[in-house]
Design a protein around this ligand. Structure first.
Ligand code: PMP
Length: 414
């Protein structure tokens, strides 16, 4: 019998049930619980995703699904009713995000990770084709690692030469970008590290023929995109942060990059941009409900001032928290010192240099007030920092509530 099993059995017989219940269990806040003992309206979800959508969007979803008749959960994806939903979502996304007509809007499967593989498989016909990856955080690193299976990757390393940490975005010089690169990949918001590009970079003149590929999973819809000026070839966003629910990825592809002659012959059909574009997003069964949700979210953005107003909200929400951090005399600190790169979406911060007792106390007290998701498990562990994620589902008032709590906590514990 394996050792682990023997130990577990022994423990079970030694500890009586009532003794077991008395053993102190960690506070739910420290286990990442998202259901504090407050009324549901008081919960503020600061999770990095999946997370909440704006209340009005959640209400429309509920209303739509309470109507009699078939909803997108039950509609055949080839029915005229669902086609109307699909067309609406595409039109609303194009309108809100000013997507030019030479781009195809695809709804793909497999999340962000699916696109990590799909990109080289669609844009590199041969395994010897070159792609350049800017790696300045955990997600661009993952994207690069996946691409290495399918093409030759050149890395522009954005890690700090002394600490090895990611807290910057590297200069993009001519010397670092192979002119034969099929694309240059970057992540416009590093969700874990809290580094955001508020403007996409311009490549050196001699490299401007290289299309940009952007992982905008955690910042899409929160600032305008100048598609042509930034020479965007492909931009993708997994839905579960700002625009919808997991199970759907929005992948926007410039049409000149389509064509089976450009893709690897090994590219699976479900990942193949040309196959899915030719089939009008219906090559296989798309995530019907999730597509409807993206349309509802885009309508909400339209009704609330569009993407420019959303950017202003993102600035205001993040500013109120960064102000508390910067004015806390070092009680709080954030690893991104270059303010022009600080994420408006994911704000990492620690307490007294990472003091674990105070951090636990902070998590418990904020949780008791209904604030959740400030420390979640990632594929990279819990990380050294707490993180407040301020996606579209978080209001300015809710961000202010966190800022006020942080101020009070610092005052009481300095
Ligand atoms: N890219 C970024 C920037 C992300 O934040 C995430 C998920 N947190 C991913 C990619 C991976 O997406 P998924 O889990 O949907 O594969």
């Amino acid at each position: 019998m394996p050792l682990e099993v023997i130990q577990a059995d022994t423990l079970d017989t030694r500890i009586q049930p009532d003794t077991q219940s008395k053993l102190s269990r960690p506070h739910p806040a420290l286990l990442g619980s998202l259901t504090p003992n407050v009324s549901p309206e008081q919960v503020i979800n600061f999770s990095p995703g999946p997370t909440s959508l704006p209340k009005a969007v959640e209400q429309t979803i509920t209303d739509n699904f309470n109507k009699p008749g078939l909803t997108s959960l039950a509609l055949s994806h080839r029915s005229p009713q669902f086609i109307a939903i699909l067309e609406h979502t595409i039109a609303a996304t194009k309108r809100v995000m000013n997507i030019p007509d030479d781009y195809e809007v695809l709804f793909t499967h497999g999340g962000g990770h699916g696109q990590f593989a799909a990109l080289p498989l669609n844009l590199c016909k041969n395994q010897s084709d070159i792609a350049t990856y800017v790696v300045n955080g955990t997600w661009s690193e993952r994207g690069r690692d996946e691409a290495q299976k399918y093409c030759q990757v050149n890395t522009i390393d954005g890690s700090n030469t002394q600490t090895g940490q990611y807290n910057d975005f590297p200069q993009l010089t001519e010397a670092d970008i192979d002119p034969d690169s099929k694309y240059l990949y970057l992540c416009s918001n590093e969700t874990v590290n809290g580094i955001e590009l508020h403007h996409l970079p311009t490549l050196p003149v001699s490299r401007q023929h290289i299309p940009l590929v952007v992982d905008a999973s955690s910042d899409f819809s929160t600032k305008p995109i100048d598609w042509h000026r930034s020479n965007i070839g492909v931009l993708f966003a997994c839905a579960s942060k700002n625009i919808g629910h997991p199970g759907l990825t929005l992948t926007i592809v410039r049409r000149d990059l389509l064509g089976q002659d450009k893709a690897s012959p090994l590219c699976p059909g479900v990942f193949n941009y040309t196959t899915n574009s030719d089939a009008g997003n219906l090559w296989n069964t798309p995530a019907t409900f999730n597509i409807e949700v993206v349309g509802i979210l885009m309508d909400w953005l339209d009704e609330n001032g569009g993407v420019e107003a959303n950017k202003q909200r993102a600035i205001a929400k993040s500013q109120v928290i960064y102000d508390v951090i910067d004015n806390s005399n070092g009680f709080y600190s954030t690893p991104i010192t270059d303010k022009s790169l600080r994420s408006r979406m994911n704000l990492p911060f620690n307490i007294k240099g990472g003091n674990s007792e105070l951090t636990d106390q902070f998590l418990i007290e904020s949780w008791e007030l209904g604030m959740v998701g400030l420390r979640t498990l990632t594929p990279f562990g819990v990380g050294d920092y707490l993180r407040a994620s301020l996606y579209n589902g978080v209001t300015e008032q809710q961000a202010t509530s966190l800022a006020v709590f942080m101020q009070r906590f610092a005052h009481d514990n300095s």
